[in-house]
Design a protein around this ligand. Structure first.
Ligand SMILES: [Mn+2]
Length: 321
């Protein structure tokens, strides 16, 4: 991977745009704000930052997050010298921002999804890394960049959230190594932990309790799933951020091997979030045009929610759980 080229292109570009993926998580937001902080610190240059959809309130503590603008506030005809996608496995994850990405003089793709097709002019993809935050920290080190506390907080949050607090299978020696370096810079793990994991709203907890109470169990409880209808969301005034962590709660049941949540979308389609303990759910989601990681993946199915759930169950039945 050509780190000096990345350094040169960032150094010479006059206007830079960093893009995070739709339904942003801690990794894409932490990576975006971390990269912004590092560019600002190392080159005294401000970049534009773009979100595609609503940012969950829980991440409001991230330095520079208030400088992120929504896609709707961007002029799509603008031409950037450099556009950098972070944690964006495929270009459909940035929706209409693809126009801006395609038009840029130079395109960089920084990611850790194994399904990433290396669509950039320059690609930094490490499927062995826990998170894009980890990939970025390595880029900073290779480029000899300073990493200040703001950037460190952002990258630590990216790693923490994508590893589910260093619990998931993607947690490797390098993950702790990187996190250790960030703590050395001044990140306080207990402080970030509280901000991320002990800030659930009452709405989220009550809504998820409702969804869990309706869960269905199949195949000796090896399969756990729940269907979330539009009317459930309305009843609790729950936003999309209230879905966060729901599938993991079903997977956390001792008997569960595979868990999914099928959510009825406004347009009548279905959004599926899938988690497993052994089976490769990225493979299952790819059949429906989605993707992700081995134990955590998702897809969107153009079918009413109950029919979509049936299709998913049919596909699951073909797999060793
Ligand atoms: Mn990620």
């Amino acid at each position: 991977m050509d780190y000096s080229k990345l350094n040169d292109i960032i150094k010479s570009s006059k206007n830079i745009l960093i893009i995070s993926h739709i339904n942003p998580d801690g990794d894409t937001l932490g990576s975006m704000c971390g990269l912004y902080s590092a560019i600002l610190d190392n080159y005294k240059k401000k970049c534009d930052m773009m979100s595609i959809s609503k940012i969950p309130d829980v991440y409001s503590f991230l330095p520079h997050l208030n400088e992120v603008k929504n896609i709707e506030d961007y002029d799509k005809s603008r031409e950037y010298d450099l556009v950098i996608n972070v944690d964006v496995a495929s270009l459909d994850r940035i929706c209409d921002a693809k126009t801006l990405f395609d038009k840029a003089k130079f395109r960089v793709n920084i990611d850790h999804h194994k399904t990433n097709s290396a669509y950039g002019d320059l690609n930094f993809i490490n499927p062995d890394a826990s998170s894009t935050g980890e990939v970025l920290f390595n880029c900073f080190s290779e480029m000899g960049w300073r990493v200040n506390l703001d950037a460190a907080i952002c990258l630590y949050t990216a790693i923490l959230t994508d590893t589910g607090s260093f619990r998931f299978d993607n947690t490797k020696p390098l993950t702790f190594d990187t996190a250790g370096k960030l703590v050395e810079i001044g990140v306080q793990p207990s402080d970030i932990y509280k901000k991320v994991y002990e800030s659930d709203s009452k709405t989220l907890v009550m809504f998820q309790a409702h969804c869990i109470s309706k869960a269905k169990f199949l195949d000796n409880d090896k399969i756990a799933y729940t269907i979330v209808y539009k009317k459930d969301m309305e009843k609790f005034s729950a936003g999309d951020d209230c879905m966060e962590g729901l599938t993991e709660k079903l997977r956390a049941i001792v008997t569960t091997r595979i868990a999914f949540v099928a959510k009825e979308m406004k347009n009548g389609g279905t959004k599926v979030s899938m988690r497993s303990k052994f089976a490769d759910v990225a493979e299952i989601c790819e059949i429906f045009g989605g993707g992700g990681h081995k134990f955590a993946a998702g897809c969107t199915i153009k079918a009413p929610v109950e029919e979509a759930a049936r299709k998913v169950l049919e596909e699951i039945s073909k797999h060793e759980l």
